[in-house]
Design a protein around this ligand. Sequence first.
Ligand code: GLU
Length: 303
Amino acid sequence: MRTFIRPVAVALAVLFVSAACGGTGGTTAPSAAAPSAAASAASTQPKFELSTYMYAIQTKGKLRVGTREDNVPFGLKNPQSGKFEGFDIDIARELAKGIFGPVANIDEKIEWVPVVSATRIPTLQDNKADLVIATFTINADRKKQIDFSDVYFSTGQKILVKKTNTSIKGPADMNGKTICAATGSTSIDNIKTAAPQAKTLALDSYPPCLLALQQGTADAVSTDETILFGLVKQDPSTNIVGPYFSEEPYGIGVKKSTGDRTGFVDYINRQLVAMIQDGRWARAYETWVSPVSNDKKKSPDSR
Ligand code: GLU
């Protein structure tokens, strides 16, 4: 099953209408008196209806983004600079710019909330983040618990082995072997479905799985191909094998609205369409994903 971003033409029409109504852009009328620094900063902010969650975020002054600290090429807290970087991070920064308008350093408007696979849903449900962007596959079970944006990235599950391993060539070969993936990930379930006799080793995130592979406590790591690309970059003595055996469409997670998230998912979807249309999505892909995947993409629709 694959889910696609809504037709671009429809979303662009929505963008046009809302921009004309001052819904997503626009500035306050200039006042006769010289504006204070705070007032002029406020005047560059996009205008939102008072009832919307975007207005609430502007009022709070920060967008709280749940993301990964060790998931190359999507979300990494760079140990040298202490700054967050990656594909998911760039998309989050663009969403923040859409809410706060042009600011010198958009990170001043973002509170990064570290998550691992298993804490993504509780982080939203406990209202510790406004959105979670963290290689988060959209599926029916998760949709019962939280809301998702449209698909902003698409990949599928594969297997990572040591280059010296000749016994695992595809999903069925995982039977009888120990396969590592993150607790609370779709990857663990997909391993069990594809190879019911496989033993799963569930760890917090993927770098510990790579370590388990290197130390021989796991025979393979299995998760989304693009995450495996990041692990191969860290350890070139490993290799990705076999065909895709799942679909992993990523969405941005948002707490289910009880009237407190009005308009937020629709707004995120409009922003994603705009990012694909104006090339920001392709730039983020080229910056973070292309160096590990060796391909280029303009949208999530192809893989
Ligand atoms: N995309 C899959 C998931 O959401 C696996 C990768 C991950 O653990 O983040 O569970």
